[in-house]
Design a protein around this ligand. Structure first.
Ligand SMILES: CC(C)(COP(=O)(O)OP(=O)(O)OC[C@H]1O[C@@H](n2cnc3c(N)ncnc32)[C@H](O)[C@@H]1OP(=O)(O)O)[C@@H](O)C(=O)NCCC(=O)NCCS
Length: 238
């Protein structure tokens, strides 16, 4: 079972950072200090608070502030205690929303706000594989949404792999339609095999798209969406 947590975050939330900060690790608190812009600080505090709440939901005996979390050199989050085996996690933040996935297997999550002003065509070469570009639909709202859906599937996979942008998104191909669930159909052989990674869309609030990727054969893990509100997050931090 993969838990996919979604937490809507309006731009300004009084007290959120101060309420969550004491429950974070020293390195996360130091990171909070370095943000130049308050909305980025709020999203970071919300996401890293959500991570702990999601872990405690899975292991209710561990209070939110007792999770031991580190960051790899590539930027991925790793839970190192206090339970064993340690859960696998992934985080994402975008305008208005943060997300967190928790699983027993390597997992990645990505959410994006569907920006109506982004010049998506300028990103085709970087994000879409040659086969995806060859079959790309004509410009319009549906094509824009499809671009963001393609983006989150690839980002979720790259996060699950722990790679981030060390792998070019255009070397990966995904497939999905109104009637067929998403799948990875092509990726560099040196990285992994499509048969070893499953992907699924999560259903975030309007104006956003989201996806989860997990190690294991496609369809082998159920994704449980969990939408929560800020009050629940804040209450868990006392
Ligand atoms: C950093 C990256 C992994 C995701 O960035 P992003 O989508 O802009 O931002 P998100 O909020 O969704 O994800 C950031 C989180 O991913 C996690 N992360 C960062 N590097 C990671 C890695 N190598 N592996 C797994 N997770 C990683 C971190 O938890 C990070 O949040 P934190 O710094 O608060 O801990 C990377 O893929 C990136 O820079 N992407 C830029 C966006 C882009 O151009 N995408 C191309 C479309 S496919």
């Amino acid at each position: 079972m993969i838990e996919a947590w979604l937490l809507p975050v309006p731009g300004s939330v009084p007290d959120l950072v101060e309420r969550v900060r004491p429950g974070l690790a020293d390195w996360e608190q130091a990171r909070l200090e370095r943000f130049a812009f308050e909305p980025d600080r709020v999203l970071y505090a919300a996401a890293h608070g959500l991570l702990r709440l999601a872990l405690t939901f899975r292991h209710p005996s561990v209070p939110v502030a007792q999770w031991e979390v580190e960051r790899t050199a590539a930027g991925a989050l790793v839970v190192i205690g206090p339970v064993t085996p340690t859960p696998q996690v992934s985080l994402s933040h975008t305008k208005g929303l943060v997300a967190c996935a928790v699983a027993a297997v390597p997992v990645g999550i990505d959410v994006e706000a569907v920006d109506p002003r982004l010049d998506v065509a300028s990103l085709f070469e970087r994000v879409l594989s040659p086969s995806e570009r060859a079959a790309w639909p004509a410009p319009g709202d549906a094509a824009r949404r499809r671009f963001f859906q393609t983006w989150v599937l690839k980002e979720a996979l790259l996060k699950g792999l722990g790679l981030g942008l060390q792998c070019e998104p255009a070397t990966i191909s995904v497939a999905f339609s109104e009637t067929t669930p998403p799948a990875i159909v092509e990726m560099p052989a040196a990285i992994a095999r499509p048969a070893d990674w499953g992907v699924a869309f999560v259903d975030p609030p309007p104006g956003h798209v989201g996806a989860v990727a997990h190690r294991g054969p496609p369809g082998s893990a159920a994704v449980a969406p969990r939408l929560i509100g800020l009050e629940t997050l804040l209450a868990s931090f006392g």
